[in-house]
Design a protein around this ligand. Sequence first.
Ligand code: AMP
Length: 395
Amino acid sequence: MKGAIAVINAGSSSIKFAVFDEQATALRRMFAGSIRDLGGASPRFIVKNGAGDVLESRQWEEGSKLGYEDAIALLLETLPRHLNGQRLGAVGHRVVHGGEHYTAPVRVDAGVLSTLETLIPLAPLHQPHNLALIRTLLSVEPDLPQVACFDTAFHHTQSPLERAFALPKHITERGVRRYGFHGLSYEYIASVMTQRDPALTGRVVVLHLGNGASMCAIEDGKSVSNTMGFTALDGLPMGTRCGALDPGVVLYLMSELQMDLGQVEVLLYHQSGLLGVSGISSDMRTLEDSDSPNAKMAIDLFVHAIKHQLGALAATLGGLDGIVFTAGIGENSSLVRERVCRDAAWLGVELDDSANAAGEAGRISTAASAVSAWIIPTDEEVVIAEHTRRIIDGN
Ligand code: AMP
């Protein structure tokens, strides 16, 4: 691979990026950063080196609006300053939905982009932003190779049974089935967990608990089942998403409460989950610090849903050898980990309270625990960089 690899994760109001170069054969994170409050009132930009020192930062005046084109121009102007004379060789993107078509990363051209745009209704919160950035970059730098890496792809090993809905064939044939998400995170965890403990080659449930949250049953490093389904709305309650819901609720909202499609979408994606239940915040830290009974109810509901799903995933796997906590809440909330592990005692999880309270990456279950429990920080960016390198090198 000639040149550095930039990894971009574009959201609705922020772009996160990380830049890697090749050291011997390994990839090294040179620097990373973000553009926040894109399209909002006070955009901010920051670049930090691998040790976390700020290399560059900028804050725009109140009222300045920054769009995707400005963001791309800013990145193309900024990145070379920190590349130590290397050129940018390729860009890898996190793209939420690859649909039935893409079960592996792909180099993006106009045709691929058009296919990916047809999947926007399946991931309206993320896909439009992922693709808008790729399209903008393709128009200003048509010769810069871009690779799309999908959150759905890791789950393509799931059985047809696992992916099916009990709906008539003329509906399921249109691609209405479970896809699963957070696959780049699960792929990273699966790639490193056996280095922690050989037993993690067996039956493991990984809990990706962040602002978006899901759980994945993994066996022999392959996805068997994921709590997210057709869209990233299913499964656990999240920061602002409702998680699993009786579909009859949607019918009720529309028929009895006269809500239209747009209102239902806003309710389920942006006003539900931890925010909706607590009425305070989508942020777990704020809820843990709050005395409000509604904040307590939001945390209780989150932990309760995890208990349900853990039982279901352990049943799907036919037993359990380990559980792994990752992402913002999984890596940082000793309270949530403690409650989840306590609920999982019947499965054979015995928490080491002091290891859990310390919160360091590594084992947090006792030596005697039949099912081991771990904190493993996720790294979706390095997965995307590796895929991008492989595709550009033609391997
Ligand atoms: P992510 O989407 O992976 O960045 O995770 C964001 C979530 O992690 C938010 O709900 C944060 O409140 C939560 N989080 C981050 N740090 C902590 C912490 N120290 N304690 C509890 N929750 C945390």
